[in-house]
Design a protein around this ligand. Structure first.
Ligand SMILES: [Zn+2]
Length: 267
């Protein structure tokens, strides 16, 4: 049913126009509180001129020959994200670079504790928003926080082979990609080529949000879009469904506020 509606909207939209204007977004993000960077000391050989990664070999290898197993359940993973975002939102994130030892350790494998399906927007990098570092988040990003077939494959890899126990579909306020989809629906704006392909998966969320006559359609569509995407993931593959049923996986949606830097989880 939804696909028919999408098709109708697509046919009504035409194929010409100036889509880039649809991505113009305001930025009411306040100046962040001064941060207190606490860069971790680099080895002497790595200071001064940028050191090539090969210098890692100059340092003793960690005892482990594989990435450390992280025994963490979905709720613990969610708690870590919430805690990290709380640190980021109050301006306390360290922005510290990982140590060379950690970089070296991760060269042997990874065990990210969460998968973030996010928007490409430059203001919402998951590692910063959740105060995480190398090896902690497995990130799938495309404008509008949608999941393509390739994106689903990436997610399945992280769940099945890396053991990630949590998937967060993360939208954000004033998302330009969702705004473009809203304009397709409400103004019959024209997006050409791949830009329309980007907006197309978001249109069902816009239509569902529109049916509720919200005061702010774009904001309602942003929140509906991540909810729909998270719900669809739950049955998108038997691997995800099985792990959900056994309690080894959790899939939630969330929205990041550009104004407050806080992530609101839909749980
Ligand atoms: Zn966005």
């Amino acid at each position: 049913m939804v696909s028919r509606r999408i098709l109708l909207v697509a046919l009504a939209s035409g194929l010409a126009g100036a889509p880039l204007a649809a991505f113009a977004e305001g930025d009411d993000h306040p100046k962040p509180a001064p941060r207190k960077p606490a860069p971790r000391p680099r080895p002497a050989a790595a200071q001064g001129a940028p050191a090539p990664r090969s210098t890692v070999n100059e340092y003793p290898k960690p005892a482990e020959t594989h990435a450390p197993e992280i025994i963490i359940n979905p709720d613990e993973a969610l708690g870590r994200l919430k805690h990290g975002n709380a640190i980021f939102a109050r301006g306390g994130a360290s922005m510290a670079l990982p140590s060379w030892a950690r970089i070296n350790e991760l060269s042997n494998g990874q065990k990210p504790f969460a998968i973030i399906v996010g928007c490409s927007d430059s203001r919402v990098p998951p590692e910063l928003v959740f105060d995480c570092t190398l090896g902690e988040l497995f990130v799938v990003r495309v404008a509008g926080s949608t999941v393509s077939r390739e994106g689903l494959g990436s997610i399945l890899y992280a769940v099945e082979h890396l053991g990630a126990p949590l998937i967060v579909v993360l939208g954000h306020t004033k998302c330009g990609a969702v705004g473009a989809a809203v304009d397709v629906v409400t103004k019959h704006s024209h997006l050409h080529g791949a830009l329309f392909d980007m907006a197309l998966p978001i249109i069902p969320a816009v239509l569902e949000a529109q049916a509720k006559s919200p005061a702010d359609l774009q904001d309602a569509a942003i929140r509906q879009n991540v909810r729909i995407t998270a719900e669809r993931l739950k049955s998108a593959d038997h691997i995800l469904a099985d792990r959900l049923a056994s309690g080894r996986l959790k899939i939630v949606s969330a929205c990041y506020s550009l104004s407050t830097a806080q992530v609101e989880f839909n749980i």
